[in-house]
Design a protein around this ligand. Structure first.
Ligand SMILES: [Mg+2]
Length: 235
């Protein structure tokens, strides 16, 4: 006991953090170690929660815009992911690609309404994976208002959850009461849900998995599969 007292007497400053066992996933896109996650948690906990404010996170390809038409073509079927990007940039050309597939097309209207309707209590962000310059061109060519709807690109979809948190901290400046994620492939968020629930305990997170009608002439939502992650934080 004497030894303990001796040690305690040497403590000049002490911070009490949330118990570490609350952070079950120290290694994820949020962190290489527990301190990355705690640092985000600390930044978020300083922000106000805006009650009744919804923040929409909207994917672009196959959520706002169907790639069905492109994928009928062999050169695009055979070149997906990194290879597809290389093929587009170096062989097919961005301008030709945009001109052929996006310029005379329209975004999925019902989601676009959600995206473009920006008010104090309803904010939206297009969060897309791919190449920044190409994704910007796509959004512009569909006449989505760039003045009201920000577009943020990550190089790989698994970085979307972290980017969303960074956007809340650095740009939004408040914690939304509700987040609705519109995605054709929401796995990137679902895999990180445990970390997200810990970082945003006061926010309900809704995932709307969007399935589009494939044919370009029927560019509309076929179905939405909704998952609701309720608030876990109690006052
Ligand atoms: Mg997508």
């Amino acid at each position: 006991m004497r030894l303990l007292k001796w040690l305690n007497d040497r403590i000049v400053e002490s911070h009490t953090h949330i118990p570490l066992d609350a952070f079950l996933i120290p290694v994820s896109v949020f962190s290489q170690n527990i301190w990355d996650l705690l640092s985000l948690w600390s930044d978020l906990s300083k922000l106000e929660v805006h009650s009744e404010t919804t923040f929409n996170i909207v994917d672009f390809d196959d959520t706002l815009f169907s790639r069905y038409e492109q994928l009928q073509r062999n050169e695009f079927q055979d070149n997906r992911g990194e290879e597809g990007n290389k093929f587009l940039r170096e062989e097919f050309g961005f301008r030709k690609f945009i001109e052929e597939f996006y310029s005379r097309s329209r975004a999925v209207k019902r989601i676009l309404w959600v995206v473009e309707w920006q008010t104090e209590k309803h904010r939206s962000l297009i969060l897309t994976a791919g190449m920044q310059d190409l994704q910007e061109l796509k959004v512009q060519s569909l006449d989505i208002s760039r003045e009201t709807v920000p577009v943020v690109t990550v190089d790989s979809s698994h970085k979307k959850p972290l980017k969303m948190i960074q956007y809340i901290i650095k740009t939004l400046g408040f914690v939304p009461w509700k987040i609705i994620i519109y995605e054709d492939r929401p796995e990137c968020f679902q895999w990180e849900m445990s970390a997200l629930r810990q970082l945003l305990p006061r926010t309900e997170i809704v995932i709307d998995k969007v399935v589009l009608n494939p044919a370009w002439s029927l560019r509309q939502i076929k179905s939405i599969h909704q998952s609701i992650y309720q608030v876990s934080w109690k006052k």
